[in-house]
Design a binder for this molecule. Sequence first.
Ligand SMILES: Cc1cc2nc3c(=O)[nH]c(=O)nc-3n(C[C@H](O)[C@H](O)[C@H](O)COP(=O)(O)OP(=O)(O)OC[C@H]3O[C@@H](n4cnc5c(N)ncnc54)[C@H](O)[C@@H]3O)c2cc1C
Ligand code: SF4
Length: 466
Amino acid sequence: MLMSLRHKMPEQTPDERRKNFKEVTLGYTADIAKAEADRCLQCKTAPCRQGCPVEVNIPAFIKHLREDRPDQAVAEIKQKNNLPAVCGRVCPQEHQCEKLCVLAKKGQPVAIGRLERFAADYGLSCDCEPREVGAEPLGKVAIIGAGPAGLTAAGDLACLGYDVTVFEALHEPGGVLMYGIPEFRLPKSIVRKEIDGLKQLGVTIEVNAIAGKTFTIDELFEEEGFEAVFIGTGAGLPHFMDIPGENLNGVYSANEFLTRVNLMKAYQFPQSGTPVHIGKNVAVVGAGNVAMDSARTALRLGAENVYIVYRRSEAEIPARAEELEHAKEEGVQFHLLTAPVRIMGSEKGWVSGLECIRMELGEPDKSGRRRPIPVEGSEYTLDVDAVVMAIGQGPNPLVQHTTPGLEVNKNGNIIANEAGFTSKEGVFAGGDIVTGAATVILAMGAGKKAAVAIHQFLQEKHAVKE
Ligand SMILES: Cc1cc2nc3c(=O)[nH]c(=O)nc-3n(C[C@H](O)[C@H](O)[C@H](O)COP(=O)(O)OP(=O)(O)OC[C@H]3O[C@@H](n4cnc5c(N)ncnc54)[C@H](O)[C@@H]3O)c2cc1C
Ligand code: SF4
């Protein structure tokens, strides 16, 4: 049993999928899911649970699957996780629950993420009953930002009995799940269905509502009667490298590139009305999930050569293992230990090349990773028509600038404690806006903690009034 291999995920072949935007992985069948669930040892101490930031009872939901109760499996997961079909697809399980699975020590861990996805998809297909919510609202809470942090806080607060309104700047809720992560990795229909589940719990979502512009946080308290506000505005402000040529046509931030393609459907141009020009050869700078998504999107848009340009080695690549593997299989080419120096342009102002320099790794830096050092005289040029910068994102400053009394750190992130309390009374925050760009499940974990803190805060406030 210990050495048994985890069951493979059925997926489109690389040749097939690099030409379409349909989901790459097809999901376990019921038979495969049962066989994989049978691998679980049902450990009493369940170390896997300690690796889950929202503390899903993993052995319990797996037990339901092995005993043919997928409806109860999804109900068990939903006790802790409002977006399991999303998490089953995009969580970096290899660094979380699966890393701590006892089977990982001697063989391959239980495929917890794939089982979670199977159960969650079953739940979506059978339209299981929403969780029960109290009849009388306990108070009004506003959530700013409909990403994983805000949606999770909203769901948990609605279940506790609050009247919750989510204000979202874009025309669709979901945050990065809608505008960042591509369709071939996370179908938008899945995100919409999980968000519908939150609406069934009574959560109201107002789109095209920009905090700091359409209204301010203070107005929500003073004019709209909200008693607490949770800010989950994410990290949507792209970073650039500050190298020559970044203002040329054909240079994109990954955010802009992916938003044009995912949210504005540039891959369906001209039916969609949003063009995206990439030419034949594309360089993507960076090697996180955002970079892999950009590179694989460029391939699907028809680029002949797509290069990942990354200044460290493969061992330091931060993307999920599965995304890296899929990118390689699809033909993305890797220029590792390489840094861009300058973007070259044509007379008409379009990108024509990317000058790079080779790097070697020196002593570890503050992050604990070995510092990349340029190798003198090793410059070379990649002929490219477009460059996508995927080197990280920072916080959008709008809410911070328009909310007096809200403290931020030197990077512009809102300062909040573990529970989500900020420096301003009644205002809570969590997710990427506090931590800087991180993961879906960490943002969800922050949303959950903040929901608990908001509940306590309002209960105490009401008790004092009485
Ligand atoms: C391309 C890409 C791929 C990724 N892949 C993965 C992955 O595979 N696995 C993983 O775990 N993580 C991944 N991440 C990271 C993950 O998506 C984020 O950590 C997570 O979405 C953060 O959630 P959040 O709720 O804090 O913010 P977001 O998801 O950014 O949501 C914030 C929301 O707030 C809205 N907003 C912003 N300002 C305002 C305002 N003033 N008023 C109203 N609304 C506002 C935004 O429009 C947005 O909808 C990826 C990120 C990107 C960009
Ligand atoms: S650690 Fe692994 S084997 Fe043990 S209960 Fe968790 S998933 Fe099952």
